[in-house]
Design a binder for this molecule. Structure first.
Ligand code: SAM
Ligand code: SF4
Length: 368
């Protein structure tokens, strides 16, 4: 091939890869992708060039805990069973997203480990070519019992929620008993070789902010990544600004005890800012969705247990993939709907004060 032919072919490929036209909502919309090297689905690429290769699927709206920050005190109205995604619908959607370039799926909820077919779902997901990572976020209550089989089925990563190291306070926050079971789950995860085991701790002023250093100290000897999460507003959780402890404040307090705390290099789409006390086995992370959002590198999409696609955790726009699936739509038709929703994704969320005034689902019905 001559140089002229090579550059002609190159230009053609470049054009094919960079300009992809999507037609949706009856209107013509041109999507420009800044990527000219690796092909990635136009349906999963938004107007700001963000490629969504990470899908979080909520497996259930139910939970064996009632965490104050997630679940309104009066509970939530559960969707009738027939309107929730069935196992085969979950797997059909997962397959479609993976075909389009999703390489990481996180199962969440509600509490995903109370869904009876969770093991089957993970086994089937493992067969999807192109899916590199299967993760679960769990409250840890059933983990010690289920983990050996989940690992065998192909579970790669685990995040376990734990908001207090004081049993009575833990039970006050989650409004249920279970502290020792959760700790057992964490130990089992370490024993089975998960490393790091991620611990999600929502920090709330006046409740568990006094335990920051105790949580950080856990990383001295154990392969944990303790992730401090800024308290976020969702429907029914009585959020207010004063209850939120910001990243900067948490960091300052931890630095007072460990002044040589080192910041670690972040991956392009990492949501946590990670740190390590030199010599400690584990590390610390901060999820700063409120004080320093990371919308610019967001690569996540969510499917709720009732089958709605949510392109932003803090946005209330949703589209029912369940209804489209049940209407007998083809993969192509589903992709058009998904592409249109991704195309409407906003550049960034509205800011914590606007979010707190906005109608959204309670977290338990979204799937964090
Ligand atoms: N039940 C599982 C669990 O608790 O890990 C998975 C679902 S839960 C909704 C997912 C994550 O969202 C948990 O780590 C929880 O701490 C976090 N979360 C829930 N409500 C939150 C809030 N208001 N602010 C910050 N994080 C929240
Ligand atoms: Fe349940 Fe998880 Fe929500 Fe707690 S955070 S109520 S464990 S879904």
């Amino acid at each position: 091939m001559s140089d002229g032919q090579r550059s002609g072919a190159g230009t053609q490929i470049w054009l094919q890869l960079t300009i992809l036209c999507l037609w949706h909502d009856g209107s013509q919309e041109t999507r420009l992708r800044d990527d000219s090297i690796l092909p990635f689905s136009a349906f999963l690429t938004d107007n700001f060039g963000r490629r969504h290769n990470y899908l979080r699927i909520s497996l259930t709206e139910k939970c064996n805990f009632r965490c104050q920050y997630c679940m309104p005190e009066e509970g939530v109205k559960l969707t009738p069973r027939g309107q929730l995604l069935s196992t085969s619908e979950v797997l059909t959607l997962a397959r479609l997203f993976v075909q389009e370039g999703v390489d990481k799926i996180r199962l969440t909820g509600g509490e995903p480990l109370i869904r009876p077919d969770v093991l089957h779902i993970i086994t089937q997901l493992r067969k999807l070519e192109g899916l590199k990572t299967i993760a679960v976020t769990t409250n840890g209550m059933n983990l010690a019992r289920l983990l050996p089989n989940l690992k065998e089925a192909g579970l790669d990563l685990i995040n376990i929620s734990l908001d207090s190291l004081v049993p009575a306070k833990f039970e006050f926050i989650v409004r249920r008993k279970g502290f020792h079971k959760v700790m057992e789950g964490i130990e089992k995860a370490i024993e089975l070789g998960y490393s790091p085991v991620k611990i999600n701790c929502v920090v709330m002023r006046g409740l568990n902010e006094d335990e920051l250093l105790d949580f950080a100290a856990l990383t001295e000897k154990k392969p944990l990544e303790v992730r401090f999460i800024e308290y976020m507003p969702f429907d029914g959780n009585k959020w207010n600004f004063k209850k939120m402890v910001s990243y900067q404040e948490m960091l300052d307090r931890i630095r007072q005890k460990w002044p040589d705390l080192e910041m670690l290099q972040a991956g392009q789409t990492d949501t946590a800012k990670t740190f390590k006390v030199p010599g400690f086995k584990g590390q610390l992370g901060f999820i700063t969705s409120m004080s320093d959002h990371f919308c610019g590198s967001c690569n996540r999409l969510r499917i709720t247990a009732d089958g709605n696609l949510k392109v932003c955790l803090f946005g209330n726009s949703e589209v029912s993939l369940r209804d489209v699936l049940r209407s007998g739509a083809s993969d192509e038709e589903l992709l058009q709907i998904i592409g249109a929703a991704v195309g409407r994704k906003k550049k960034q969320h509205a800011g914590m004060f606007s979010i707190s005034q906005m109608k959204n689902r309670p977290m338990i019905l979204i799937g964090g």
